[in-house]
Structures are given as structure tokens and as C-alpha cells.
Write a protein that binds this ligand. Structure first.
Ligand code: ES4
Ligand code: ZN
Length: 353
């Protein structure tokens, strides 16, 4: 909750979330519960794993993306069955609904599970069950985006891509697109260019984490060499004005995660993010939570933090909300419905103001 005058407006604003790692919504409580249920031993050498409270305290002190990823991959180890994946995703959707999310395009990391002997199909079964329940219970629509872990061999990513494709997951809509995540520096996007080229020929949507810890060239290389249609994080875009102009002109959506960037020390404070620069230069972006259980902020917290740092206007928030919908990877009819509800919400709010 923020203390700005726009808090009530931001709270009830219908939201789209486009940068959320389902594995990043594993709370310490659920982590410990599943570890007990599944007889998974947590590291005894790290005092952070003494209790959910001590783990949460450790999450307050991430020093970098890699420091976070160390805990994130240990978190994965408690997820074994389709039911576990369903619980994880359903908890996220429940929380997101409480924050006014009406549509979510969520990442998952198959290799974080297949490398532990959990079948790709088990992971997707759990997630799709949660998606169906969330749509029925809350009216939330959602899409899955399959991410490749860039620190693992390209061959592993290629195998997962082929498996998902062979199961018909791209053609039947179970998975809407592909992404690239994990350690950025030293793992440039073009390592995966062949997979991205194949995905383009099959009309599979494409995004990549770029310009989070890596420099602006990771963004241009994602666009030029991998043909991405979105950029995840993209905070280094402001370092290259020509590239920024191009991203604005081509309406490439940047999925920003403000609290994440502060927690992983990509910036010192929220005010250092190029949000004002993006608005002034017509760069389309959405505001998202990334790994909310690890960074201590769900989507509403991120909206509030941005408002406290930048004091945006209702018109600017309306523009952000509409850009997020227009940059979504859902059906046109769903986009129209969401755009209409934003228009109605803005009109109602202006009438009250
Ligand atoms: C991630 Cl914040 C972030 N960056 C890169 N990869 C990730 N996987 C999960 N969260
Ligand atoms: Zn991310």
C-alpha cells in the first residue's frame, strides 16, 4: 500500500501481468510445506533454511542475479508432482486476482525440473490445471511462456523445445511463446538463435530477458539475432537512444520489474529506473512482479512503488495499462474486452475526480 493519492485508483485498475516466473511465486511457507510432504532435504549447511522466517530474511539480502538464482533453483527442488505445480500456480493466481490482475502471461523453466528427473509433461499438467481453475474461479485468463535457462547447454534447450513442439503444445495453445532467462552476462541471446529462428517459422511468440544485468547490446542482439517481439526488463535500453527510438517505433513491449531490479541491485533505487525516460520517448512498457515470493512484492506493490518514485498521472497509468493489453499474446477478442474495461474504468474515475 502506498501513501499516494492515486492508491485507490491503482488498486482497482484492471491489470495484465507479463513478467512473472511461476517458480518465483514459491513462498517460503509453501517451500517448507512441500519439502515436508515430499521428503525433500533442504541444505543443512545454510542457516537460511532453518525456517520460513529465516529464509525470508535471507531473501532481503540478495547481492546479485546469481545470488538470487542460487536460492531460486533450490526452491525448485521441492516441486515433484503435478499437484505441487498446480498448488504453486493456483496460489499465484489467487494472489494476483486480489491485486486486480485480469490476464497473466507467465514464465516457467522446464529445465529447472527436467534436470532433476521431473518430466516436462508433469510440470505442464499441473500448471494447466491451475490455469483452468483460476479462469473458472476468478475469470483470470492466462498464457504459459516456456523459458530456456541460458546458463545450460543450448542442446538442452533445443531438446525441451522439440519435446513441447512434438506434444503439440505450441500449435494447440498450451504454450504461447518462448523466453530466455537465468544468468545473463556471458550468455548472449544469439547462442539460442537457431531455436528462435525455428520458433518464428512456426509463429510461436518470442521474448527474452535482456538488459537486466547485461548491457544494451543484449537488447539489440535479442531483437536483431533472435527476432524477439518483447524485451523482459530492458532497463539498459535508455543507455542507447537510437535503440530506444527503434523499440518505441516498433512497439516492442518492455516488461519491467521495478522491485526486482532494486532487490537484485541492478539499480540502487527505484528512482534510477528509466520509467520517465521511457514515457517521454514513447517506449511501451508494463509493470510486473518477476519473482514476487523472493523479492517481497506482488504486482500491486510494484505499481505503488513506481507511483511513489515517479508520481505518474492517471493518463500515464491509463497509457501503461493499454500498452500492456495491446502487447499481450492473447486472442483479439480478449484484448478488446480488456481495453473496453480500461476505458470504462478511466471514464468512471475521471467522473469521480
Ligand atoms: C529471473 Cl529476475 C530474473 N532474471 C533472470 N532470470 C530469472 N529467472 C527467474 N527470475
Ligand atoms: Zn524475470
Amino acid at each position: 500500500m502506498c501513501k499516494t493519492s492515486l492508491h485507490p485508483f491503482l488498486k482497482a485498475l484492471p491489470k495484465c501481468e507479463q513478467h512473472l516466473h511461476l517458480e518465483g511465486s514459491l513462498s517460503p511457507e509453501l517451500l517448507f510445506r512441500l519439502a515436508a510432504l515430499n521428503n525433500v532435504a533442504l541444505p543443512t549447511s545454510d542457516p537460511a533454511f532453518e525456517s520460513p522466517a529465516s529464509l525470508l530474511a535471507r531473501y532481503e539480502r540478495f547481492t546479485s542475479l546469481d545470488d538470487f538464482l542460487h536460492y531460486y533453483f533450490i526452491g525448485n527442488s521441492v516441486l515433484l508432482t503435478a499437484n505441487d505445480f498446480e498448488s504453486l500456480a493456483y496460489e499465484y493466481f489467487t494472489r494476483a486476482h486480489g491485486d486486480g490482475v485480469v490476464h497473466a502471461e507467465v514464465f516457467f523453466d522446464p529445465q529447472g525440473h527436467t534436470t532433476r528427473g521431473i518430466a516436462y509433461a508433469i510440470v505442464v499438467e499441473g500448471f494447466t490445471r491451475a490455469q483452468a481453475r483460476a479462469e473458472k474461479d476468478f475469470g483470470i485468463t492466462s498464457k504459459l511462456i516456456l523459458c530456456f535457462l541460458r546458463h545450460l547447454p543450448v542442446m538442452d534447450a533445443d531438446n525441451i523445445f522439440k519435446e513441447a513442439d512434438a506434444l503439440g503444445h505450441f500449435s494447440n495453445g498450451t504454450v504461447v511463446g518462448i523466453g530466455l532467462d537465468s544468468s545473463e552476462a556471458g550468455f548472449p541471446p544469439e547462442l539460442f538463435r537457431d531455436i528462435y529462428a525455428t520458433a518464428a517459422t512456426k509463429n510461436i511468440r518470442r521474448t527474452a530477458h535482456a538488459g537486466e544485468e547485461g548491457d544494451a547490446s543484449y537488447i539489440s542482439r535479442s531483437i536483431d539475432l533472435c527476432g524477439v517481439q518483447r524485451i523482459d526488463h530492458g532497463i539498459r535500453l535508455a543507455d542507447n537512444p537510437l535503440l530506444m527510438k527503434r523499440v518505441a517505433e516498433e512497439k516492442i513491449l518492455v516488461t519491467m520489474c521495478p522491485i526486482s531490479n532494486v532487490k537484485l541491485r541492478c539499480v540502487n533505487e527505484l528512482k534510477d529506473l528509466p520509467i520517465r525516460t521511457f514515457l517521454d520517448n514513447g517506449v511501451r512498457f508494463s509493470i510486473n512482479s518477476d519473482d514476487p515470493a523472493y523479492f517481497g512484492g506482488y504486482i500491486q506493490d510494484n505499481y505503488c512503488a513506481v507511483q511513489e518514485a515517479f508520481g505518474l498521472s492517471v493518463v500515464e497509468w491509463g497509457g501503461i495499462a493499454k500498452a500492456a493489453i495491446e502487447g499481450s499474446w492473447c486472442e483479439d477478442a480478449r484484448k478488446m474486452t480488456m481495453l473496453k474495461s480500461i476505458e470504462e474504468y478511466l471514464t468512471k474515475f475521471e467522473a469521480q475526480a
